[in-house]
Design a protein around this ligand. Structure first.
Ligand SMILES: [Zn+2]
Length: 499
């Protein structure tokens, strides 16, 4: 909406709800896309894909996919994280042999198709006009008359073992007049991209995208901005750059790949308190309400990015196996909160208030101690459990406090991250490695056994007593406050703000 204020053509399109590009006949598009594959050359194991925006209102794209070898089974993912029913958006599937002969595709289940003869390519529409909640827009593809976020993980057929398997994808985009695309993957020509990580590839498309990059250490950090913002792109880059530097220092590991932050207004006229984000591969996709003052937006950006940018390291640079979500979500949120404190984005009381709110959220979950953090990580998407966030964050807080106390502030949770980056060797079991690192710190093996392996309930009021803190229950919820700390306890609390 806000973007269109500057752009009459866009305003007219949005108001009239007409198509962003004339609807071309399916035949024409298919011919064009086949020609693309012929020009680009189909490489072995490469899926050649053409994605055309057919219409932005209703939101619809057409995809032509040419397999590296003939196949007769096509399977689309039906879920991503907590978003279900994604394959229902796939419509008008047509399949063709190499000579262009149409072959009937039989739908066996949502997203599952089979053909009697082997086929080389399929064409289908993806209906993106469904009423996906705005909080899902950082996770699943979306399109409107102002912009689109196209995520290959929910748009392309899966690479299933067998003849149709592919390891890379070449993509050509066909966009509405005046639109451009930015991506986190390699650009081969002005409109052709290549990726070896299709599940992590994101395209931000729209008119007048702004891109600005800065060098940080060994890699570039780029910002791609869409829409109107009360702050300048250089302000966003400054905040993000500072956070990247802090995490390089904290982990002792510099990002090996260039990273991209795609910043998009949250759907509807929303304040900056409304946001949704996902860090996928080397891309942080953040939809943030842009209806606020520059100060409000900067402050919220700092807090949100402190968490999301850390995902470029944990888990995305770790290459560990297994479900260790309790660590890369809960512990990461806690570490980001510490960074907020150190960068003066929040006060010490804000830090305590946040932990008290998380404690109330933990207490309100009926299944809060039904599973260990390890089990909760396996079930993250199949239950409504918020354990991997709430309980894991509180466990990180108590672990950090204890480690600072026993080491007289010579160690903190930051050391665990440094150890992790120093000792990982790729494809280790994430849970095993992290639990070993956490447990080998002095006197903390039992703590790990109780709260990470085990299902011991957390009683914050009891747990924080030894640190000069107190929990009191009020009508508004729990309050966490400093309470007559000894000299030693004061020292531990003070060092929270420094490292
Ligand atoms: Zn996260």
């Amino acid at each position: 909406m806000s973007f269109c204020r500057k752009n009459t053509a866009c305003l007219q399109r949005a108001a009239a709800g007409t198509l962003a590009v004339p609807v071309k006949s399916q035949k024409l598009i298919v011919v064009a896309l086949i020609a693309l594959a012929a020009v680009a050359g189909v490489q072995a194991q490469t899926l050649n894909v053409g994605i055309a925006v057919v219409s932005t209102s209703p939101a619809r794209i057409r995809i032509n996919a040419e397999f590296p070898k003939p196949t007769n089974v096509i399977s689309f993912p039906n879920a991503y994280g907590g978003s279900l029913g994604l394959a229902e958006r796939i419509e008008n599937v047509t399949a063709r042999e190499a000579n262009g002969q149409l072959i009937a595709a039989k739908k066996l289940a949502p997203g599952e198709f089979e053909t009697a003869e082997k086929i080389n390519q399929i064409t289908y529409d993806v209906n993106l006009s469904g009423l996906l909640p705005p909080t899902q827009h950082s996770h699943v593809s979306s399109l409107n008359s102002e912009r689109g976020l196209l995520m290959l993980s929910d748009l392309l057929p899966r690479s299933i073992k067998g003849e149709g398997a592919f390891s890379s994808v070449q993509i050509q985009l066909e966009l509405p007049a005046g639109w451009a695309a930015e991506s986190n993957t390699q650009k081969k020509t002005s409109s052709i991209y290549l990726t070896e990580e299709p599940d992590k590839t994101v395209f931000l498309i729209g008119p007048q995208l702004q891109r600005k990059a800065q060098r940080i250490g060994a890699s570039d950090f780029s910002l791609v901005l869409s829409g109107d913002w009360p702050i300048a792109d250089k302000d966003v880059l400054k905040i993000a750059g500072r956070i990247v530097q802090e995490y390089s220092k904290l982990t002792g590991f510099e990002l090996r790949r260039n990273a991209v932050l795609m910043l998009v207004p949250f759907t509807g006229d929303a304040p900056p308190t409304r946001w949704t984000a996902e860090t996928r591969g080397n891309a942080v996709v953040l939809l943030l309400g842009n209806q606020g003052t520059a100060k409000q937006i900067k402050s919220r950006l700092g807090i949100v990015l402190a968490h999301e940018i850390f995902h470029l390291w944990v888990p995305n640079s770790l290459n560990l196996d297994g479900d260790y979500d309790w660590f890369f979500e809960g512990f990461t949120i806690y570490q980001a909160l510490l960074l907020d404190l150190r960068l003066h984005l929040i006060s010490f009381q804000d830090y305590l208030d946040t932990l008290a709110r998380v404690y109330d959220s933990y207490l309100s979950a009926p299944d809060r101690d039904a599973f260990s953090l390890l089990q909760a990580s396996e079930r993250r998407w199949s239950t409504s459990s918020t354990l991997v966030y709430d309980k894991a964050m509180l466990v990180a807080f108590l672990y950090d406090l204890e480690l600072r106390k026993v080491s007289a502030c010579n160690a903190s949770i930051a050391n665990v991250y440094k150890d992790l980056f120093g000792s990982r060797s790729g494809h280790d079991d994430g849970n095993q490695l992290i639990i070993t690192l956490l447990g080998e710190r002095q006197g903390l093996r039992d703590f790990v056994a109780k709260y990470i392996h085990g299902t011991d309930p957390l009683d914050l009021a009891v747990s924080v007593r030894g640190y000069g803190l107190r929990v009191s229950r009020t009508r508004a919820g729990s309050q966490l406050m400093v309470d007559k700390p000894t000299k030693e306890q004061s020292k531990t609390l003070k060092c929270l703000e420094k490292t």
